[in-house]
Every structure is written in C-alpha cells, then in structure tokens.
Design a protein around this ligand. Sequence first.
Ligand SMILES: NC(=O)c1ccc[n+]([C@@H]2O[C@H](COP(=O)([O-])OP(=O)(O)OC[C@H]3O[C@@H](n4cnc5c(N)ncnc54)[C@H](OP(=O)(O)O)[C@@H]3O)[C@@H](O)[C@H]2O)c1
Length: 316
Amino acid sequence: MKALHLTTPPSPPSLIEGTAPVPRPGTGELLIRVCAAGVISTELSWYPTTHGKDGESRIGAIPAHEFSGTIEDVGEDIGRLEIGREVYGMNDWYSDGDLAEYCLAPFFAVYQKPSRLTHYEAASVPISALTAWQGLFDRARLRSGERVLVHGAAGGVGVFAVQLARLHGARVIATASARNRDFVLSLGAEQVIDYAASRFEDCVNGLDVVFDTVGADTLERSWGVLGPGGRLVTVVSTVEDSADARVKNAFFIVEPNQKQFAEVAALLDDGRLRTVVDTVVPLSQAPEIYTGKLHRKSRGKLVVAIENQNLPEGKI
Ligand SMILES: NC(=O)c1ccc[n+]([C@@H]2O[C@H](COP(=O)([O-])OP(=O)(O)OC[C@H]3O[C@@H](n4cnc5c(N)ncnc54)[C@H](OP(=O)(O)O)[C@@H]3O)[C@@H](O)[C@H]2O)c1
C-alpha cells in the first residue's frame, strides 16, 4: 500500500512517500481502508512518533492518528458483520497512523461515522473533539453557568471547546486573531479577545476554567485570571516535561473513547455541533503541512484525502 513515512535520522523530521505491507488485524483490531486523515502539524516532534512504548527509537513511523474510512477486515474475535461499515476514530500513538491506504485501529477506538458528514469532514473530528470533551468535562469538570476562557478558539481543538462548553451551558470567552472574531462568536463565545491587540488578563479575571491550546507565555499568564477554585487544562505537548508540577498536572493527552465518539456523532448529526475543514489536500501534498510550507487558508482543520485523489469541488 501507499504510505508516507518519517525520514530516518539525522535528517530533520519530514515525510517521504513509499510503500508498506497492508497490516493484518490482530485480536481486538480492525483493518481500516482510510478515506481521509486529520492532521496535527506538530506530530513529527512528539515522543511516540520517534520512540516505541519501551523507549526504543522508532524508525519510519507513519503519522496522523485520526481517520474516517471503511472497515476492510477484522480480528478473529470481532464479528465479520462489521466489514464494510463506515467509521471514524483514532489509532494508537505508538502504532503506524493513517497517512496510508490502510491502518489498524482498536475496536474500542472507532465508532460509526456521523452520517451527515463526508469522510473529509469526519476525519477532522476525532482528536480535536475528544481533546475538547476530555479537557472540559473529564479534567476541568466544567459546570453549567461557569465561565471558561478558551485559548486558540479558532483552531482545530478550540472550535470544539467553544461549542461544547456553550452546549453545556457555560459562558465562553475566547482568544483568537481579529480575522476570526465573528467566526468564534458564531460558535457561541460571548466575548472574543484579539490576542495580538490586547492582553487577555487586562480583559478578564475570576474565571472558573481556562482551556489552553497555545502554551508558552499564554499558559503562564493564564494562572492569574483564575478565580478561587478555578481549574486550568492545557493540551500543548511542549509543556509535558515542565518542571512546574502545576503545569504538569494541567497537561493531558487525549484518549480514544467510544462513548464520547458516539455522543459527538449524535451532536454532529443533529446539527448542534459543527466541524470546520479548512482545506483537503492529496496524500502527495501532506508533507508540506508538516514542514510548514502549506498553511491553513482560513480556519479549522487540514485534512488529507487518501482514497479519492480526485478532490471534490465545493463541498468537502
Ligand atoms: N494533548 C493532546 O492530546 C492534544 C490533542 C490535540 C492537539 N494538541 C495540541 O494542541 C495544540 C493546538 O492544536 P490545534 O489542532 O487546535 O491547532 P491549530 O488548529 O493549529 O490552532 C491553533 C490556533 O491557535 C491560535 N493562536 C495562535 N497564537 C495564539 C495566541 N497567542 N493566543 C490565542 N490563540 C492563538 C491560532 O489562531 P488564529 O488562527 O486566530 O491566529 C490558531 O487558530 C497543538 O500544540 C497540538 O499539538 C494536543
């Protein structure tokens, strides 16, 4: 099968097109024929991209770990009735990912694709939506009526964090660039702070929750805007090795969760939640996303079309 692999060190991390054997599903696994993959451009520098679970170095990893596609084959313990079902989901960070014609995924990490969404749209959802869900509800325990500040509200994760917090009855304040102000208001934020023009700490304080997708100085300055009992969560991987215990505790990595995939799919299908795809590119162009040569045109996720190289006109 066609696949993109991480170059071998000492080259700077980038991707090359090659081939790989179609993997065989083991116990509890599904073989997915990938239609589309969602991309997080920082992934090449993440630990699991270059290391195995045992700490050994990993060579030639296939990146991208969220997909939409069709079940092609199943492990022995899974009913063959599943074959042909359209699904969306995630695969293990330490396993080969979805910039390939096929990938493996654990059964518990996929769910039926939201029926109203195209494969391109569905591939933009799994990691971003579950990161927002787990950050707001599992980690920060956001309650209805509370005030939450979402940093990076026009980004892949932020788009879901704003909408899910609002649907939960929270009051949402967001940071974004001026060009994304109206867009973020349309997602349900009641106030949008232009991060280039103002310091958010001059505009808000006494917050119940801060959801950070930006890190660095933005994260540092966020502690001061929390009120008594306030909680902060961050998803930015550069803080993972922080010496500050407070920062370490605030960080988490999203995990697949079938029940949450089901709840997100229901919200997408009944129109209460929406996903935003910026651009769909063919597999041959995917390396440019990771090197920074290909940028978002406006907002939302960059998605790679795997199966159908004839990209659709208009609707994605
Ligand atoms: N831990 C996990 O499990 C996990 C899961 C998913 C993602 N992540 C990480 O989360 C981060 C965000 O991911 P993403 O996919 O949402 O990224 P993204 O789609 O690239 O969005 C980043 C957003 O940040 C905004 N931004 C940039 N500088 C800002 C600032 N100073 N203040 C406020 N907003 C700012 C940009 O806004 P404008 O476009 O308006 O300029 C952009 O919309 C990445 O570091 C990613 O690696 C972690």
